[in-house]
Ligand binder design. Structure first.
Ligand code: MLT
Length: 407
């Protein structure tokens, strides 16, 4: 008899964004004349930068000629892309990351979900609340939790992010082995200062734990005093893995390209306490289960680092941040307390009521889709997240409709 992985039965019925998509589809079929505006899932709407498209076309032409055709590429990614990343995203900012530390992949969602499998099943895991659901669900699937009761899985250490702590969790009071952090944060849009991040790195060093740092939204940081990478903080290379993505920076949500940084120095331990290179483990996993991102996509991603690519990417970032500023100022004018939207494309809004009720109200009364904060965890109850990823006209229209619905 074929049997299932019983841990899947502990999961919530469906993935948050699938659940929302189903509700929106049901609303749309009952209200075919309403033009729904989606400010829910953080999916970009602006086309790929022209520099990326040019590189894409050239690479496709290479694939059409036997003389320049490429078959399987290096599993870790082509050196031209890893070298550009190491130079532009890290060394230029004083973080000594080598191309060999970089693993190109098809998404930060996959990498943040897959990374847990190289660690023991009985480790103590600290996960923020609210949180991007992938970190949580993949640990549930792997059997690292007990049952889900009262909005939480048994066996995990939750790091509350609340108004009181400025949405930056406090260090855990009990020792933990694996720590998930995301800044600028999804969903709250909060940022972490260099000194706060240093405290986490020091904690990880003191406890021989490891930080999984999701920096998928770093490009939205406008305040230059804030760290964009955990490796800008002293001592991080031994105790941190960082995840980055071209999705939100250069519009690759549909094209797929991301990368994970696992420095040579990054260390985990055997049951007997012997140090092991995490980079070697991740390399072994990557080479076994992944065959690389396609050559044209990697060429398109590398074009992000050209002078034209950089200017075009920044133009898109500025565009989405202007949306964020508009959303935040409109909600504040309606006297809703907001976080984020300044160094982040997400605005986290205190709805002063149940998250899902507010979600339903915005959908029914304004035809606008947001994300209910409760979907990100117990501490998200009472909040909603509005995403700035849409066309400026749609965002203005959505906010005008919200203003009418709420006033
Ligand atoms: C979000 O809306 O939280 C993100 O778009 C989800 C993702 O990047 O997978």
């Amino acid at each position: 008899m074929i049997r299932i992985n019983e841990h899947y039965r502990k999961l919530q019925a469906s993935y948050l964004f699938s659940d929302i998509a189903k509700r929106v589809a049901a609303f749309q079929s009952d209200n075919p004349d309403t033009e729904v505006i989606k400010l829910g899932i953080g999916d970009v709407t602006r086309a790929l930068p022209p520099a990326c498209i040019d590189a894409f076309h050239k690479a496709v032409a290479e694939m059409a000629d036997d003389a320049t055709f490429r078959g399987y590429g290096p599993e870790q990614g082509y050196p031209f892309l890893r070298e550009a990343i190491a130079e532009h995203d890290f060394r230029k900012r004083g973080a000594d990351i080598a191309p060999e530390d970089i693993f190109i992949s098809d998404g930060a969602k996959c990498d943040t979900g897959n990374i847990q499998e190289i660690f023991a099943t009985d480790i103590r895991i600290a996960i923020p609340d609210p949180v991007y659901p992938v970190y949580l669900d993949t640990n549930v699937m792997a059997g690292r939790t007990g049952e889900f009761t009262d909005g939480r899985y048994a066996g995990l250490i939750y790091l509350d992010s609340t108004r009181e702590n400025g949405f930056v969790p406090d260090l855990p009071s009990d020792p933990v082995d694996l720590i998930y952090l995301c800044f600028p944060n999804n969903p709250t849009g909060a940022t972490i200062s260099r000194s706060e991040l240093q405290q986490w790195v020091d904690y990880a060093r003191d406890h021989r734990s490891l930080i999984l740092f999701d920096a998928a939204y770093e490009i939205f940081i406008q305040d230059n005093t804030l760290p964009r990478s955990i490796y800008e903080v002293n001592g991080a290379k031994e105790v941190a893995i960082e995840f980055r993505s071209f999705s939100k920076t250069a519009g690759f949500t549909g094209t797929r390209c991301a990368y994970t940084v696992v420095p040579l120095e990054c260390t985990a331990y055997t049951a007997g306490g012997d140090p092991v290179s995490v980079r070697d483990l991740w390399h072994r996993r990557h080479a076994t289960k992944f065959n690389g991102v396609s050559y044209p996509v990697q060429r398109a991603a590398a074009a992000v680092y050209s002078a034209a690519g950089q200017a075009q990417v920044m133009e898109r970032v500025t565009y989405y941040l202007a949306n964020a500023e508009h959303i935040r100022s409109e909600m504040e004018a309606l006297e809703y307390a907001c976080v984020g939207g300044e160094n982040s494309p997400y605005i986290w809004i205190d709805s002063r009521t149940d998250s899902w009720s507010f979600f339903d109200m915005l959908l029914n009364a304004a035809g606008v889709v947001c994300t209910p904060g409760a979907g990100f965890g117990r501490c998200g109850q009472g909040y909603i997240r509005i995403s700035a990823f849409n066309n400026a006209e749609n965002v203005r229209e959505a906010m005008a409709r919200i203003r009418n619905a709420l006033s």
